[in-house]
Write a protein that binds this ligand. Structure first.
Ligand code: TXE
Length: 496
């Protein structure tokens, strides 16, 4: 198979799309010469084929990462690691339009949002570049006959498995903390969206990283993903994806070499609007909370609770607002909502809409396919929902929101926490006391007040309950990629 193809996007014109596996800073075919068909979700047409990694390729990539970890990468100073990462950030920034266009082509997200994602990758890389020479241990004073200190050392070879909803952003979130702390990596992209990461791979080499430090492979979850999570020579696996696969990964880690595991999984996040909220603002944030990225967001505000005093007014205005969301071609600058990622996800989301109707909820808006081509779904609002309905309990991962009425603060805290998930939540109110009280009671890793979906690389992100283990971003993520070593030195003299 060719290791690159010429593709076109409306933004960049023709560009060279790498299609091989990026191992040891080189482009290679898969050992079994298998390929993955990459589909454009906007047109349902084939974009190209990329090499598929199987277990044998994972072995080769892990061997490369191990060699780099024990060889050249170990000798690189922390400051130099930061220099490489800053150079990479510069290259990503310089090529922001290209990377964003490839993302829109492959994932279907609007070009404006894709630019935002790539910009956030630049910020994340720079932030963690700054951490590279600030990973410090302690001296611990115990007695006069000894000297003790700790070191924060890298874990070794890390496996990283990312999803298709934010291909570039997830790559950035995973790259930053792993590499600045001195680890080496084998990262598998989602089979639906391999393209932007392969363009990014060229910049890793150009930034000067030694071969084997960061390897990127395309592959299926059950093949390459399973090979990573059960590999005997991978020290840690970091995963973002569904809760069901998260469990499989933990089991594989436990029954192989007990590699460390961090998981960022699903959500069913409550978005709570009190009577005293600024209603116009709250509607904008509720709309953004659920329809951003076509609802394919782990922290999407998919359960909306509105206090009874403003409920009717809220529903009428929210419908009006959501109806205006522009759904269509991701390459049109004004588009807000593109297609779902695949036929499978389209079917899953439509299945939830059917389930909602069957269980007796009312469709206030949408509920149908948008257009005739591409995996588009209309922005959909359900009301008359009860807590035990499927659409109130399960992650839909599409542009579908369920809105319920509540009376009191205690009631809405209980409703908000009535989920196995605990990734995010939001509170809209003008009363600071309500905001803080409710935020403290909600069992979620992030709580937004009078806003939604605001993420920043300086702020830790991750889940309570079945939404995950560990934190990404911020200083907190460094702990997932380092281990503590205690060194005890006896200062001479007789034993005891
Ligand atoms: O996810 P998978 P899917 C949720 C969302 C969505 C549902 C299904 O609710 O509707 O998951 O999506 C790899 N061993 N989220 O099926 O399968 C896979 O190749 C190792 C939430 O696409 O979890 C891909 O790289 N890896 C989420 C990654 O896991 C395996 C984002 C995610 O795919 C594997 C995506 C296996 N056995 C979906 N099976 C979020 N938290 O943001 C699959 N993979």
């Amino acid at each position: 198979m060719p290791l690159s193809v010429q593709l076109k996007t409306p933004v960049t014109g023709e560009y060279t799309q790498p299609t091989g596996l990026f191992i040891n800073n080189e482009w290679v075919e898969g050992v079994d010469k298998k390929t993955i068909e990459v589909i454009n979700p906007t047109t349902e047409e084939v974009i190209c084929h990329v090499a598929e990694a199987t277990e044998k390729d994972v072995d080769i990539a892990v061997a490369a990462a191990r060699k780099a970890f024990e060889g050249p990468w170990r000798k690189v100073t922390p400051q130099q690691r930061g220099i490489y990462m800053n150079r990479l950030a510069d290259l990503v920034e310089k090529n922001l339009d290209l990377l964003a266009a490839v993302e829109s082509l492959d994932n279907g997200k609007s070009i404006t949002m894709a630019r935002g994602d790539v910009g956030a990758v630049v910020g994340t890389l720079r932030y963690y570049a700054g951490w590279a020479d600030k990973i410090e241990g302690k001296t611990i004073d115990i007695d006069h006959e000894s000297f003790h200190y700790t070191r924060q050392e890298p874990l070794g070879v890390c496996g990283q498995i990312i999803p298709w909803n934010f291909p570039m952003l997830m790559l950035g979130w995973k790259f930053g903390p792993a590499v600045c702390t001195g680890n080496t990596v084998v990262l598998k992209t989602a089979e639906q969206t391999p393209l932007s990461a392969l363009v990014f791979a060229n910049f890793i080499k150009e930034a000067g990283f030694p071969p084997g430090v960061f390897n990127i492979i395309s592959g299926y979850g059950r093949v390459a993903g399973a090979a990573i999570s059960s590999h005997m020579d991978i020290d840690k696996v970091a995963f973002t994806g569904s809760t069901v696969v998260g469990r499989t990964i933990m089991k594989a880690a436990a029954s192989s070499n007990l590699k460390k595991v961090t998981l960022e999984l699903g959500g069913k996040s409550p978005n709570i609007v009190f009577n005293d909220a600024d209603i116009e603002q709250a509607i904008s944030w509720v709309n953004f909370g659920i329809y951003f990225n076509h609802g394919q967001v782990c922290c999407a505000g998919s359960r909306v609770y509105v206090q009874e005093g403003i409920y009717d007014k809220f529903i009428a205005a929210f419908k009006e607002r959501a109806e205006k969301n522009s759904v269509g071609d991701p390459f049109h600058e004004g588009t807000f909502q593109g297609p779902q990622i695949s036929q499978l996800q389209y079917d899953r989301v439509m299945g939830y809409i059917e389930a909602g109707k069957k269980e007796g909820a009312t469709i206030e808006l949408g509920g149908e396919r948008h257009g005739g081509k591409g995996y588009f779904i209309q922005p959909t609002i359900f009301t008359n929902v009860t807590p035990n309905m499927k659409i109130m309990q399960e992650e839909i991962f599409g542009p579908v929101v369920a809105v319920a009425k509540f009376k009191t603060e205690d009631e809405v805290i209980a409703l908000g926490n009535d989920s196995n998930y605990g990734l995010a939540a939001a509170v809209h109110t003008q009363d600071l006391n309500t905001a803080i009280r409710v935020s403290n009671e909600l069992r979620a890793g992030t709580v937004w007040v009078n806003c939604y979906n605001l993420l920043h690389h300086q702020l830790p992100f991750g889940g309570y309950k079945e939404s995950g283990i560990g934190r990404e971003l911020g200083e907190a993520a460094l702990a997932n990629y380092t281990q503590n070593k205690s060194v005890a030195i006896r200062l001479g003299g007789a034993m005891f």
